[in-house]
Design a binder for this molecule. Structure first.
Ligand SMILES: Cc1cc2nc3c(=O)[nH]c(=O)nc-3n(C[C@H](O)[C@H](O)[C@H](O)COP(=O)(O)OP(=O)(O)OC[C@H]3O[C@@H](n4cnc5c(N)ncnc54)[C@H](O)[C@@H]3O)c2cc1C
Ligand SMILES: NC(=O)c1ccc[n+]([C@@H]2O[C@H](COP(=O)([O-])OP(=O)(O)OC[C@H]3O[C@@H](n4cnc5c(N)ncnc54)[C@H](O)[C@@H]3O)[C@@H](O)[C@H]2O)c1
Length: 473
């Protein structure tokens, strides 16, 4: 048996953040990593997906160059194996960078390769070895949801773990689940020339909840690939041709060459035998933990990153790793930390930005909201050929503070970040309007939406000409 003060399970973004702090402090720790190194983000997540999207968007631009007077662009062709090879080259560069700055720097006492599971409240077993740790940080991530019956289609079933490994792409792919992964990859595949069928069981895409923004998004994506909403799909091999997958959607059957399942990600806590640590699990198999401390019950055990099932995105995984390690070090004293304003971006074209409270989470009687469509009048969007999409902004009627926004517009990533900072600062709509907006920029669409919102929020304000200026103090 090995005894250590700290054990960190999982060398992903969250676990590495925690480990690096323990290393800096010169603490006695082990990092236990099962599976490939380099983090989900760099290996099969954020980075390879953005590399594929980048190539797809450049290729797709050929359809719009003629209207700018640039000729012959429609004759461009694509070398798919080369596109996929570049994705893997970039992935290797990113994972190499992660590894050289983290796990490669650990000695054999600090790094254990293998899958950890609890055998007692403070004991983990890895490869038959028992590690006794005073404090444990669980950061072992998540994996794609794959319905068991779908596995019958064998290697025609892909998730984000398999897609970037392909040497080439087939003619027809069904993307089932149009959340963030399904939309990002589905649109990229379509832009690379694959016939994509997108299927989503809810009546929305990409996590949007503001009705008019959903409408704009569905209408835009439907121009590039077939979109079926409110449909649960049945997936089987075509009994008459095992080279094909048959997807049943109500009365219809669609035949494809492969299926990309993008149905969400399941926390990996189920491979940890948490019951042996005396941890109670709820009906979904999740432990009870504090979102502000990362602590599980009152135990010296902390849970961070995708495995806690809270917000499965990178900056949250990093924050939770920080919170978990600070509290693991100070245990039994634990500090509660504020969570940051929710912020999500889908790297589609146009992009989706979800900031602050979701529109669907708001009590409509307590908010004022405005939806501004980009086709209305935004000079920069028109010049860029991006005058499509919509912005929904909403604020509390009493405090007049901005509560959230749902964006479907070009380069939403930048406005989404700025809006998250503003909501974090609890600004009112009037305060926001008193900030500078450059011309001609896409932010002017936000300014237009905020002006309309202000008309609703400040009915007493008769002179908006003055209201956008701050008197000199
Ligand atoms: C296709 C895709 C695109 C994405 N794009 C974005 C994006 O653009 N922006 C964004 O913010 N987020 C994005 N994400 C989400 C982001 O990648 C994750 O939120 C983040 O990587 C989670 O980090 P983590 O540390 O919790 O887990 P991980 O990085 O998954 O690390 C957990 C590690 O623990 C290991 N492990 C599992 N079980 C055990 C065990 N029992 N013992 C030891 N080790 C174990 C796993 O093998 C893994 O290496 C994307 C995800 C995917 C799949
Ligand atoms: N840009 C980003 O930040 C980014 C990109 C990719 C992934 N991620 C993270 O990865 C996580 C997983 O992404 P995801 O897109 O797989 O999950 P998701 O939860 O965003 O979307 C899954 C979608 O699949 C649908 N679905 C589930 N079962 C279905 C079925 N049987 N038939 C049809 N539709 C079904 C759900 O209704 C949902 O809309 C997300 O939580 C996200 O935060 C982030």
């Amino acid at each position: 048996m090995r005894k250590v003060k700290f054990a960190v399970i999982g060398a992903g973004t969250s676990g590495l953040t925690a480990m690096s702090y323990l290393k800096k402090l010169g603490e006695d720790f082990v990092l236990i990593q099962g599976g490939a190194y380099g983090t989900t983000c760099a290996r099969v997540g954020c980075m390879p997906s953005k590399a594929l999207i980048h190539a797809a968007n450049h290729f797709y631009e050929r359809h719009h160059l003629a209207e700018l007077g640039i000729e012959n662009s429609e004759q461009m062709s694509i070398d798919m194996p080369k596109v996929l090879q570049r994705v893997r080259q970039l992935r290797d560069r990113f994972t190499g960078g992660v590894k050289s700055g983290s796990t490669d720097q650990l000695n054999s006492d600090q790094l254990i390769e293998g899958y950890a599971k609890f055998v007692a409240p403070n004991q983990l077993e890895v490869n038959g070895e028992i590690i006794e740790a005073e404090r444990i940080i669980i950061a072992n991530g998540s994996r794609p949801v794959v319905p068991a019956p779908w596995k019958a289609i064998g290697d025609k079933l892909w998730t984000s773990d398999e897609i970037f490994e392909q040497e080439d792409l087939p003619k027809r792919i069904a993307v089932i689940g149009l959340g963030v992964i399904g939309l990002e990859l589905g649109q990229a595949l379509a832009r690379l020339g694959v016939e994509v069928t997108g299927i989503e069981m809810q009546n929305t895409v990409g996590g949007l909840s503001a009705p008019e923004v959903i409408g704009e998004a569905v209408s835009e994506f439907s121009k590039e690939f077939d979109v079926y909403l409110g449909q649960a799909a049945d997936v089987k091999l075509n009994p008459e041709n095992h080279d094909e997958v048959a997807i049943t959607l109500g009365e219809d059957t669609i035949y494809v060459d492969a299926v990309l399942a993008s149905l969400g990600r399941r926390p990996n806590n189920d491979n940890l035998n948490l019951q042996a640590a005396g941890i109670e699990l709820d009906e979904r198999g999740m432990p009870s933990f504090n979102l502000h401390t990362s602590q599980i019950e009152d135990k010296p055990i902390f849970i961070a990153g995708d495995v806690n099932g809270f917000r499965q995105i990178l900056h949250e995984a990093g924050d939770e790793g920080r919170m978990a390690v600070l509290n693991a070090v100070s245990y039994p004293q634990v500090q509660a930390y504020a969570r940051k304003t929710p912020l999500g971006v889908a790297f589609t074209d146009p992009q989706i930005g979800l900031i602050g409270k979701r529109y669907s989470e708001c009590d409509e009687s307590k908010i004022a909201s405005v939806t501004f469509t980009l086709s209305c009048n935004n000079g920069r969007a028109i010049v860029m050929g991006q005058d499509k999409g919509a912005i929904c902004v909403y604020a509390d009627k009493v405090s007049r503070k901005l509560l959230g926004a749902e964006l479907f517009m070009a380069e939403a990533e930048h406005i989404a970040n700025s809006l998250a900072w503003m909501i974090e600062q609890e600004v009112t709509v009037a305060e926001l309007l008193r900030m500078p907006f450059y011309h001609p920029v896409l932010e002017e669409a936000l300014q237009s939406a905020l002006r309309q919102l202000a008309q609703k929020l400040y009915p007493e304000q008769s002179n908006w000409l003055a209201a956008e200026l701050s008197p000199l103090k």
